[in-house]
Structures are given as structure tokens and as C-alpha cells.
Design a protein. Sequence first.
Lengths: 266, 569
Amino acid sequence: MILDSHRITTEPYYCAAGDEIALFAAAYAARMPMMLKGPTGCGKTRFIEYMAWRLGKPLITVACHEDMTASDLVGRFLLDANGTVWHDGPLTRAVRHGAICYLDEIVEARQDTTVVIHPLADDRRVLPLEKTGELITAHPDFHLVISYNPGYQSVLKDLKESTKQRFAAIQFLYPDRALETAIVAHEAGLSEDDAMRLVLVGEAARHLKGHGLDEGASTRMLIHAGQLIARGVAPAAACQVALILPLTDDPDLRDALTATVDACLR
Amino acid sequence: MSAEQTGQFASLERRLGGFVTALWDTNPRLQSMPVEPLAPPGRASFGHGVVRLPERFRGFTPAQATRLYHAAIAHAGSHIRFTETRFTQGSLKPVQVALISLIEDARVEHLAMRRYPGLRRLFLPFHVASPGSGGMAPALFARLARALIDPDYVDGDAWVEKGRAMFLAAADDWCSPAVSRSIGGLLGNDLGQMRVSFNARTYVVEPAYRDDNAGIWIATEPPPPDAASETWLQAATITPAETEPPRGPPDEADNQPANAARPAAATEDGSPPLASYPEWDHLIRQARPHWATIRAYPARAGRQEVIDEIIASHAPLAHRLAALIEHARVSRPRRLRRQAEGDTLDLDASIEAAIDLRAGLLPDPRIYSRMERRHRDLATLVLLDVSHSTNDRLPGSATSVLALERAAAALLGDAMAGLGDRFAMGAFCSNGRHDVRYSVIKAFDGSFDGAAKRRLAGLTGSLSTRLGAALRHASRALGQQAAYRRLLLVISDGEPSDIDVGDRRYLVEDARHAVQELSLGGIDVFCVGLDAGGDRYFGRIFGRHRIALIDRIERLPELLPLIYLRLTA
């Protein structure tokens, strides 16, 4: 199969925080386009990998960026020895051969780029290739998923209403304390107690969102700190390296966070 | 920061604020309390959403004092979190009040340490009482305080040990303040029977990081006047309604010649109404038609050099901005040929490459063309709040909020003019609904030249903040601009208020309604709030994602152009 390299063969570690697995499975059964919302590092990408594995479908991920054009998604003509040859882009490949296409941080892409997904994201499920004149009907397995982190991007760069309203959405938040502890302990290879200390640090740092921090400490950051601790770094130093310094450049806030980390540790 | 300032409140304020917010998810206002040279040592105090800390702790090295402040704010935060209901004094004797407070201190600290075990390292070093401290009431209290928190401390005094035993035995009930009340009451009775005398007037809570306990009792005397009115935080709170239009003192930062302050007086009565706008009344859920009248107040001219000096004094920043601007500069959409990557094949390059291939030569791989669309089709109106509260000075400096707004607007104007973006600038204040004053600093068709700079330099802060009417008026000029994006950038220092409005919610809801109307009309409204604690009302008005709150107001001149560039990137 052409998409074999996109299949996920081993089960990715994912801890459900709610009924998101059942919700997504139901939406997949209806091939309803999905939007995963939530702050950075809370498990959106891991979730889609897990779902692709669970549903046994190949997953094509595209990290969107502001210079991305429609042809980066759809495809373009290339030149070979005998003339021009059409080359499918990642979206077209997913549509043709039946994969889950995950457009990560879709708002980063320009708005004229995102409209190419419109005919795929409603009941037509077709992709017109303007340059070849081809009209591709989506493979029955094709499923469109986007991630969307409202808030930190430019206000002038938001999804169009016409894009948003084509999707059903699942909201992701940082997991609750017990679950996050289990996740950090598993991913970093730490004891429950050490992981719980880190989760407390993370919760405290999240209180500062809007009071100096643009975004709280993500689960991913806590795992990073945990991985350092598991390799023998002292917890205070690990938090400094993996949490505090990446989070803020403000010296006062850094000191406040250092004092907070100290309070959280035994 | 000077050497004698380290370890003092002023140098630690932001750190402590971040610390208590991180620990307890609470955002109290912090204030300093003056320390008199001969008075008893000051203690922290909290209540009514304010934590007051002594401006310095005597007798501690800077490093110790820094830890002491952290311990004090962590302790006060523990009370805010765990002392959910305050005690009533009723028929309790002063000694019982002091002991109940002491047990309550230990209770909230234990609950805090259950969550944050590292706090023990912060609290313990300040517990220095020992059996050698003596047997008078203050010493016994300090010994008991230590016994309750330090498991390794051995005292030997029967009363202290009894208190510790009772407290530890109640460990399962620590979640309720009733524990403190019963144990404290019993220990107070014991002390009375031991004939140990207690003088409530001279008693000072030990150790030094603990607060004066006023915040955990329902005060029998009226609460202290909101000390906020004396500090810079006033800028962050509701603008006091003025009953008569005060002409703010001329801003020292721009050294106005005396004669420049006059023209305003002439317009005070005679300004013609420019337009009237409806106002949304959230109680009747209807707009009151023609409710607020906008009057044009020509901005009085200041000195252009003020603005030029501001731009010159921020030269490094202006330099950095110039680089960013260069990056974001307007360029017409154009087709780039012979690119290594692109949307479409460049026909000429493809033919050449095909010929090269047939001829057995290495073809040039740059065979694509693409469209560059970096065109910035954007119109921006910058709306400055120049209400009376903008005359407030920042703590420890002679700079007013208005002077910072002016500097920020000057730099932003310079940046926007450099970008070639279309922009206008206006300022507003209000004196009741019949007199919302709007001054044009720069119109869309004007240039950011000497006259505009003089008007910007001449701004003074006075009167109140009727935000909704100003938004609607600003949107009229902005709405006439044909642009893909229209952005209204509001710089405000506090909650909307006016002299003829008693209901705090009224103007907030009206402004919120105005923002929604504007957004329906295709105008993006973004607010830069000079009040770090303002997300309650700024968020309500503009929406949480459409505000940027600046907690260090002195950084505004630096941040505003960056916010603008980010918004329009």
C-alpha cells in the first residue's frame, strides 16, 4: 500500500481524560470533520496518533505555517525528463488513498490556503484539483482533522466562520491532577510521588496565565522536567531548565516561579 | 536598584505577586506599609482583597528579608485559601483571640504544607523561640507556635506540650476552622488559670512572617479605608467620578509653558456637539437612543520636541522596530519567477529545463513561480484614554501613566508611519453623557507630522472614561476606510466610569455592546489594558482574546509597537 509508511504500528501511550475516544470514534464513523482545540502540549497530537492506531488507519500530519500555500497541501507539477508530471500533496494523497489527514495548527496557514479544505469538509467530500482539472471523490476512509489553539495567535489571524462551522470540535485541557501524575510518571519513568510534585509545579505555573505568562506550563514541559529528573538531575535544576527558563524571560516572574518550585518540592 | 533597596518590599513586589498567584490562584493587590523608626515591628496584614506588607523588615539581612517576604506572602495566601469564614469575637477575651489566631495560623500552614511541602523550609527558620525564651505570655506564644509547626522541637513546658498534643490529635479535622476556635479557647482558659498576664496592646505576633490576624476576624470597627487610593494601583481600579471638571496639573514630563494650558477653557462651554450615539442599558436590555453626545475638543498643542525627544530617547528600541518594520514592509503582490519552490511551473524556465534535459545538460532546478502577497491592506485607529486617572504617577517615579501612553503612542505612530500603514489617532475623556470629549490627534488623511506630534504632546488627563460612546465615535471614522482589515486599538488604564453613572456594570456592558456592534461592522477591536488585574472587566468588554494586559506599565512604550506588529503580522 502506498500509505504503509504512515501507519502507526505500535500503540501510542494515551490516557483518556474523558469520553473523547468514544466521541472521536463516533465522529469518525460518520466521517465528520473534527477540530481538536486546546492549549499547546496538552495531548492533541498524541490523541490523534492514538486514534489512528486504534482505528487502524494511516495518519498524514501536516504542520501548517504561515508561508504554506494551497499547493503545499494539494500538490504541484514537477518536471521530469519527458515533461511535466503532477505530484500529489499530502492532502491529496490522504483523499485518494484513504487516510486521516491531520492539519496541525491550521490557523497558522493563510486563509486563502484553508479554503481548499472546504469541499472536503462538507457532505460533498470531493477535492477539485484546479491545475489538473481533476475532481477527486474522497476515499471512504478519508477523515479530516485539524488542531486549533485559540488565543495565542494574532487576532487578525483567526479561522473563518465558514471554516469553523464545517467542523465538530473536542476541547482538550490539561488533565486533572491524578491523571496528569500518571501520565508524567509513565512518560518520564518517575515514581508517582515525584511525578505528583511536578504536576503541582505545573498547576501553580498555570495560575500565572494572564498574570505574566501567556500560557501555563504544558504537560509536555512537565514530562521534559521529569525526564531530566529520571536521568539524575536534581528536581529544582530540572524545573529550572525544562520549565521556568522556557516559560518566561521576565526576571521577577522567574524568581516567583523558582520560589514556587521550591515550595512544591519536598 | 540601589543596594539598600534589595530585600525591601518595593524591589520584591512583582515577585511576591507572582509567587502568591502561582501558589494559591489568587491575585490580591499588594501594598507597602510605612514603617516608623520607633514603632513596634510591623507585621503583614490582609483583608478586602489587599495584602499589605511592611516596606521593610528591620533587623534582617537582605537575603533573610527576601525569604521573610516570601514566607509572609505564602502565609497570607494560605489564610486567603483556607480561612474561608472569618471568626467573630463575641465574648472572647483578648488572650483567647490571640491564641485562636495562633492555632489558626498553624492550621492553615499545615494545610498549605500538605500541598506544598517545601513551604516548611521557608517557614521554619523564622521560628527561633526556645525554652530559654522565658515564660511570659509572648514567649510562651512563640514557643507554642514553634511546637505546632516544628516536629523536632522539644519544649518541655506542660502548657505548650498540651497545646501541641491537642492540635496534632485534631489532625483529621484541620480542614475546619472550628478546630482553632475550640483549642485556642481552651488554651486561653488554661493560661488564665496559670495567672500568666497578657497585654493585647503590646502583643506583636511572632515569628515575623505571620500577619497581624486582623484579616481572619470580623472587624468590630469599620474596615480601614481602601488604601488603594494612595497608590499607583488606583490606575488599576475604578476611575473616581469627578463632580467638577478638574484641569489636571500640567504634566511635568512635557514642561508646558503656562500660556499653552488656556485654550481648553474657551472650549469648555462652547464645544459644538459632533454626534450623538445610543447607549446600551443592560437593565432594560435596550439601547437608549441618542444618549451620549460627542463633542469635539481640539487638542491643545504641546511642543513637538517632546515627541521627538521621546523617539530619540528610545533610539535602541526604534532601531529594533525599524528592523521589524523592514521585515513587515508593504510590498505589492507580484509574481516571482525562477523559484526553487512555488505554486505553478514557470513556463520559460520549464522549457529551458526540458531543453537542457534533452541535451543531456544539468537543468536549472528553479522552474517554479509564485505570487508574493505581502500587501498590508489595513487601517488602524489608536484610541487613547486620557481620563483623570492617567495623571497617576508610577510608584517610585515621576512618570505619569499619561506620559507613558504618550511615549507609547509616539513610538507606535512613528512605527506605523514607517510601515506606511494607514492610521489615525484620537483621545477621549468624558464629563457626563452630554459631554463626551473626543480629540483628533491625527486623522486618516493627515500625516504624522509636527502638528500631530504637537497635539499628542499637548494631551492632559482629566475627567472620566465613557468608553462605549468613544468606541462608537471612533468606529465612524474607521468604518469609512476601505480596507480589508480595520483595527481599533484602545489603550485604557481602567474600568469605564462617569459622573452620572452609579452602576459599575452599566458602562462595562455598554462598552461590551459597542464592541459587538463594531465587530458586526467588520472592525476588530483590541485593547491594551494598563491594569494587570483588569481581565475581569477588560475581558468582559473586549473578549478574553482581544486584550493584552500590561503589568509593568513602564514597559508600555516598548510593548505597544510590538503588540501592534504582532496583531497585524
